[in-house]
Design a protein around this ligand. Structure first.
Ligand SMILES: C[S@@+](CC[C@H](N)C(=O)[O-])C[C@H]1O[C@@H](n2cnc3c(N)ncnc32)[C@H](O)[C@@H]1O
Length: 327
């Protein structure tokens, strides 16, 4: 027999075998635990039991939920399973026809109950059980198998090719800076972000330097400073302050000094899905941050106010553009 032939696995005993088979089914069916929990929330069962005084029989619950009477036997099966997983409790009688009560888990799902000021505990359940999360999880095997390339920096040669050094201002965990350092190894890259972000950045592989700080106070000196999807969060006044700090951090234009801005420019495409995307992104800024996306005139005004002499749009990237702004 060949030495490397796989050994026949030792078979489980009969008792272990039936136990293993039950475990196999349980693992395969666990998705239904999430879905029945979701269903309980969508039907409003915790609030209905609460409104019925904290305990409810099946007919009371069926009526309070305004379900068709024919659904009552199915509701019994749903309640039995939810009680077995700790969402509800059987306070009287048996699990199929008894009286159901709330557990600590279901009591935080009653409408209007606040936990740490948040009255919508159900939102997290509904989001995490939505098809988006479920579909993403279904792609896990593919993700493991694929050799995903390191993301390449979106704007390329002409922007970074001639640089000696670059500060990615508000560069987060350094993902973009590391990609630039990989694609352009001659560029010394520094990432500036707030201390709470830099402290959680992945351990440095030596390709970038991390600096914790506040861009309104100081930006590490380098030949170019990059602001990628940063300025649209800030008012015009604050953008001028940020850009003035960038200007202090870079050399004169004759020494290659420039600020690289990657952001939305409304109207860079005058119709179709890109313009619609830009206008929707403007609404997003309004609704969430009371800030805005800008058209080219808005950008030009800000650059002038911050003391820059000239700018160019060097590349269009879908809804965004890459600006080079010169001192
Ligand atoms: C939208 S994210 C930037 C995205 C990043 N440039 C990218 O391309 O993925 C905004 C970043 O700005 C950082 N930030 C906010 N205020 C800051 C400040 N005053 N100084 C430095 N970084 C700041 C935040 O911590 C956050 O990481």
């Amino acid at each position: 027999m060949a030495g490397n032939q796989a050994k026949t696995p030792a078979l489980p005993s009969d008792t272990e075998l039936v136990q293993a088979q039950a475990e196999l089914w349980r693992h395969s069916l666990l998705y239904l635990k999430q879905m029945t929990f979701k269903c309980a929330i969508e039907l409003g069962i915790p609030t209905a039991i609460h409104n019925l005084g904290g305990a409810a029989s099946l007919p009371e619950l069926n009526a309070a939920l305004s379900l068709p009477p024919a659904k009552q036997p199915y509701l019994a099966r749903l309640m039995r399973q939810l009680a077995s997983s700790g969402v509800f409790t059987v306070v009287d009688g048996d699990a199929m026809s008894g009286t159901y009560g709330l557990t600590p888990l279901s009591s935080i799902l009653i409408d209007g109950v606040r936990i740490d000021g948040d009255a919508h505990q159900e939102a997290i359940v509904l989001a995490l059980s939505s098809k988006y999360y479920v579909e993403a999880a279904m792609g896990l095997t593919d993700w493991f198998r694929k050799d995903h390339p390191t993301p390449t920096p979106p704007p390329c040669g002409q922007v970074f090719g001639g640089l000696r050094s670059l500060t990615d201002c508000c560069g987060g965990d350094g993902t973009t800076a590391r990609a630039i350092a990989k694609a352009f190894p001659h560029v010394r890259c520094t990432v500036l972000d707030l201390p709470q972000v830099i402290n959680k950045a992945p351990p440095s592989d030596g390709s970038v330097t991390y600096v914790a700080g506040d861009m309104f106070h100081s930006i590490p000196r380098s030949q170019a400073v990059m602001l990628k999807v940063v300025l649209h969060f800030w008012s015009d006044e604050n953008c001028v302050k940020i850009l003035a700090q960038c200007k202090k951090a870079i050399p004169a234009r004759t020494d290659g000094g420039k600020v690289i801005i990657i952001d939305v420019v409304i109207g860079s495409s005058t119709s179709g899905p890109i313009l619609e995307t830009q206008l929707l992104m403007d609404m997003l800024m309004l609704v969430n941050f009371r800030s805005k996306q800008r058209d080219e005139n808005d950008w030009s005004d800000i650059f002038k106010k911050a003391g820059f002499s000239e700018y160019k749009i060097v590349k269009k990237l879908g809804a965004r553009c890459v600006f080079e702004v010169y001192p």
